[in-house]
Design a protein around this ligand. Sequence first.
Ligand code: N01
Length: 537
Amino acid sequence: MSAVRPAPQEVDAVVIGAGFAGLYTVYRLKQMGLTHRAFERGGGVGGTWYWNRYPGASSDSESWVYSFTFSRELEQEWTWSRRFPEQPEILSYLEHVAERFDLKPSFAFNTRVTGAAYDEATARWHVETEHGEQISARFLITAVGCLSAAQVPKIPGLGQFKGAWYHTGEWPHEGVDFTGKRVGVIGTGSSGIQSIPVIAKQASHLTVFQRTPNFSVPARNRALSREEVETLKRNIREIRETCRWSSIGQPYDWKDAEALKVDQAALRRQFEADWEKGGFEWMFGSFRDLLVDPQANALAADFVREKIQAVVKDPEVARKLTPSGYPIGTKRLPLDAGYFETFNRDNVSLVDLRETPIEEIVATGIRTRERVHELDAIVFATGFDALTGPLTRVGIRGRGGETLAAKWTAGPQTYLGVCTRGFPNLFMVTGPGSPSVLGNMPTSIEQHVDWIFDCITHMRELGQSTIEPTAEAEAAWVAHVKELADATLFPHTDSWYMGANIPGKPRVFMPYIGGFGTYRQLCAEVAEKGYEGFSFA
Ligand code: N01
């Protein structure tokens, strides 16, 4: 019997996560010949797409940009079937990437990292897993995702519920059959809005528990024709180059026009035309003042309110579904496939929690102030402890044993959203303070990972062993991120961007909103100036 070679315990880098970010990080580590261990709490690759298997789960970025660009061969050999790829297809894509580039052997799956402590004497990270493994690494690279810490609200009585309950972000792999079941969905963010139309078709009755009515734009998903695929593949380099320099990492950008300065008939025509096209372009390829000027924003919000009123037949239901009191787009805008139409079905009812709040969950369902809604299953589409949650829950301790959670009590403190002072050689892929969730994630991820590996190469060439931001650079970056956000309408809204969905979380706008292209340029300039704002040892 041949002995199994033990996995190395002293490595150049530990990677946490096997989604887009973790896979590309491991690809680069292999390419550079750096020794590494990678850990993933799930049973396979996929990250977000491994966990979010809820009915209707799909990307809101078009398939031809929601993918890697690092390999031209990969780009040409993989063919997407639809405009917006659905969860099973994205997961197959990531599995294909992992196989094609032989990335899987680097990962230990079903293995949660339970702690990582920086040892000042050796300038190394000591990483522990739930299975008791101890690894020493020079670099710690987190690829833990921005929306991976699922949030089930603490509603009294969940323990006594006799039916089944699920969170969209931790959906059972075998799927859930709601046929003949009375289902309740709590939450009307992107996950709720994607899953509600699909669950409504299966369930005997669906009750939607809505706290804040949401704006939503039609996705208009469709199959791609062979001709379209061929054209896209021919032009893919150009398309992706546009993404790299655009505001949200997409192949379009804000128009060079302001809603308040164009003729109102022309504005209407533009809104209508983009509405027909579907997708994020309706907002993020639109007038450049929509998210900075309240009056401009109101024009867009009124347009969507009219669409809701036109679709929903029952005026009382339409009233409850119509958002007001916050600017459109300042909560992450969902894309939908017949969300508002779903409320015209006989088997769907809407509970407005602002009028009749949930008091408790009982054995047979959900009791609001008004009555008990009898249910066989509850779906929590209640979101995530975004951006900081996935990082703080790892238990990362920097210099002097300080935890990330302690350092970030008043909000995330980072430089460029990739490093944080007091945690030398920790790189956070798409960390708070970077554009991350405000753009197309694979574009953000590739930019960050490439920057990290350029930085590691630089350190290697100059014989430096550690890197961390200076106190001044970090403070200036945090102030800059805040200043940019304050110039927009975002801080006025309770959203997960602001940490407002998590009780006790500091109210800080977490991502960098200066535009993805601008951010890329800034990162490149920092590197060109010898990693200005970082100190090396
Ligand atoms: O979560 P959310 P999500 N009682 O936080 C409600 C990405 N994503 O999973 O608005 C009652 O947006 C909450 O109400 P309110 C995307 O970036 C991407 O839907 O806080 N209700 C809200 O309605 C997205 O933005 C894709 O008042 C409660 C909902 O639950 C992000 O993930 C698909 C409640 C939560 O909405 C998160 O989306 C899906 C309570 N105690 C997700 N607590 C694609 O790209 C919360 N709510 C396709």
